[in-house]
Design a protein around this ligand. Structure first.
Ligand code: 5RP
Length: 223
């Protein structure tokens, strides 16, 4: 099975976490795109969606799926479905390869459940092989790059990329992520950081992993 077929398999499996007549959160990236395409078949059973990026909103609308702003939604979203760049056994993730980390974290935080959909290449025992994306306010970019370097990382400005929020992204290689929760807290508290791509304080509730033997469901407590 090629990687795209695995992404489609987990996207299909995620449909069972989508209740009828609900408002749901939808992520960003190639795996989330597979989910959006699968969701299109049951568009009549969805009340609305909240998208984590302009790109996902456009894809949802192209399928005739209703998209609303988060500010229009007064209730908790039933579920948030999204991919990840890396996920560990504790369901902690690195996200933001597609640059949508801030909206992803916001929409995920408004959902009752985060269902992460990945192919098996994203599963790691230790986070950090994938460079950690950090969304920053443009004027703080160089100062924050120095702070990330002092922490042991090698930050690289994702030049030419402006997020949907009008900000810049630093991709940080070679960080020693011994404690993802602590690192998320530390980086997120620095002035000028909008958010970082660690999703450890609020990890996924369920991870669906697509492999050659089918879709593995990971949930429950490891800590
Ligand atoms: C976008 C993300 C994506 O979920 C992550 O990059 C995975 O993308 P893909 O499914 O294309 O591998 O965090 O900001």
């Amino acid at each position: 099975m090629d990687q795209n077929a695995l992404k489609q398999a987990v996207a299909e499996a995620a449909l069972q976490y989508v209740p009828d007549d609900a408002i749901i959160g939808v992520g960003t990236g190639s795996t989330a795109n597979c989910f959006i395409d699968a969701l299109a078949r049951r568009r009549d059973r969805i009340r609305a969606t909240v998208a984590s990026s302009d790109a996902s909103a456009a894809r949802l609308r192209s399928h005739g799926i209703k998209v609303v702003e988060l500010n229009q939604v007064a209730e908790a979203l039933a579920v948030y479905v999204d991919g990840a760049d890396e996920v560990n056994l504790y369901r902690e993730m690195i996200k933001g390869g597609g640059g949508a980390l801030t909206r992803e974290k916001i929409v995920a935080s408004c959902a009752k459940r985060f269902v992460c959909i990945v192919d098996e290449s994203k599963c790691v025992t230790r986070l950090g092989r994938f460079p950690l994306p950090v969304e920053v306010i443009p004027m703080a970019r160089s100062a924050l790059a120095r702070k990330l370097a002092a922490m042991g990382g090698d930050p690289v400005w994702r030049e030419g990329v402006v997020t949907d929020n009008g900000n810049h992204i630093l991709d940080v290689r070679n960080l020693e992520i011994d404690n993802p929760i602590e690192m998320e807290r530390t980086i997120t508290h620095w002035p000028g950081v909008v958010t970082c791509g660690l999703f450890a304080l609020h990890p996924a509730d369920v991870v669906l992993v697509g492999g050659k033997h089918g879709v593995d469901v990971r949930e429950g407590s490891f800590k």
